[in-house]
Design a protein around this ligand. Structure first.
Ligand code: AMP
Ligand code: MG
Length: 402
């Protein structure tokens, strides 16, 4: 199809024009969910000392091991300085998390002991081994090991690693300020009480915002403008002045009242492309504003708007932040599907793992190409390449998570 970019060419064009967002240093608590922009090395051995793993007693192991131990001292979590003397019949009372007392190399859990006055007796079936229930210093990792890589998203485990290594501040990707502009005279606010004839409540802005917010883009504002050239231009001017990213929905096709491309160009937004050989989402427009703002103008059809968001907008923003993990993957088709000889086709699908551990994608039937009420039953869209043939069940295709 002349004038339309192949999906891969659209990816390349977007990647070539996207900025790279700065790294910023933030307090640890504010780093949750963000993209790490520095490698993290262990500041010390983990664990930093021979760590006791059970509540009970610590002894010096020998053979044969005595069956009774006199209590010679205590060393609970957070304390140090207790030493077991050479007497092999004595023990130190310890707790999980304590530093193993000097002179000890074996921990016997409280459940295997009976206390009798100032002594502990081993239960009959208790057969301790040297080194048991001791978590040796540096056995998880040694000081200097790389624990986190640039580009990781900071989830719960990563935050624990940062905290335990003393990172009170951490370098993460800056979050761009994003404006989402819905265009269309027919669009009502969510709280519009009665649906007027010819009108619908707008849903693309909240859907696009959610696809972004759930992946860390929390600086998002939503605006609406009718199909008026002057108002559209004024609104675009205000948003370009205040934001790093502009996402528009609707008004991007060839209709008489589709003012978006002209209004963008009037503000000096350089068009990179207009039109991708795909269904849905063919009229998608992408350009770069005068301050380097990324501008994505998406078709208004709710399925198109959302597919374009997860297929192009969100990956572009994540790449600009330096994120290493993508929300796309590959899956095996559950059933045969038809492809087009000119267009890449996106089909909503459910994912599951079969008995052989393969990720299987099953298409979710939609009544029309714009049926967004069916999407909640799907997990993703699968991307059917331009082939012009029927892809058999078992064929591997790319998918993109909602
Ligand atoms: P357009 O791309 O402006 O021609 O719009 C295509 C279709 O999408 C029309 O049926 C619009 O009513 C619908 N549409 C446009 N914007 C939105 C929106 N924000 N929320 C829901 N539907 C929309
Ligand atoms: Mg419209």
């Amino acid at each position: 199809m002349s004038g339309l970019l192949h999906v891969d060419a659209a990816d390349v064009a977007i990647a070539r024009h996207m900025p790279r967002y700065d790294a910023v240093s933030v307090p640890l608590a504010e780093a949750a969910g963000r993209i790490l922009r520095q490698p993290i090395h262990a500041g010390h051995d983990h664990p930093p000392f021979d760590r006791v793993m059970m509540d009970g007693i610590a002894v010096h192991w020998c053979e044969p091991l005595p069956r009774a131990f006199a209590i010679a001292g205590q060393q609970f979590a957070g304390t140090t300085g207790t030493t077991l003397d050479a007497n092999r019949d004595s023990c130190i009372e310890i707790a999980t998390g304590a530093m193993l007392p000097d002179g000890c190399d074996c921990v016997i859990p409280i459940e295997q002991l009976r206390r009798e006055g100032g002594r502990y007796l081993l239960m009959d079936d208790c057969q301790p081994r040297r080194g048991q229930f001791v978590h040796p210093r540096g056995s998880d990792c040694v000081a200097g090991s790389e624990l986190l890589e640039t580009g990781m998203r900071l989830g719960a485990p990563e935050m624990a690693v940062l905290a335990s290594n003393g990172f009170a501040n951490v370098e993460v990707a800056a979050t761009p300020s994003i404006a989402i502009l819905s265009t269309g005279d027919e669009l009502l606010a969510v709280d519009a009480q009665e649906q007027q004839a010819g009108s619908i409540r707008r849903s693309n802005d909240i859907a696009i915002a959610t696809a972004l917010r759930l992946h860390g883009f929390d600086r998002v504002v939503c605006e609406h403008v009718g199909d008026d050239r002057v108002e559209t231009e004024a609104m675009i001017g205000r948003l370009l002045a205040a934001h790093d990213v502009l996402i528009l929905s609707g008004g991007v096709s060839k209709g008489q009242r589709d003012h978006v491309p002209a209004a963008l160009q009037a503000h000096g937004v350089e068009r990179v492309f207009h039109g991708i050989a795909q269904r849905p989402g063919k009229p998608m427009w992408f350009g770069i504003g005068p301050r380097g703002q990324a501008v994505f103008a998406l078709p208004g059809n709710p399925v198109s708007a959302l597919v374009c968001t997860i297929r192009y907008v969100r990956p572009a923003l994540l790449a600009a932040q330096g994120a290493s993990r993508s929300l796309s993957g590959s899956a095996v088709l559950a059933e045969a599907v038809e492809t087009s000889d000119t267009l890449t086709i996106f089909v909503p699908a459910r994912l599951h793992i079969d008995g052989d551990g393969r990720q299987i994608a099953t298409a979710v039937p939609t009544r029309t190409s714009g049926d967004f009420t069916a999407l909640p039953r799907s997990d993703c869209v699968v991307e059917l390449p331009v082939a012009g043939t029927r892809l058999p069940a078992g064929h591997v295709v790319a998918f993109h998570e909602w």
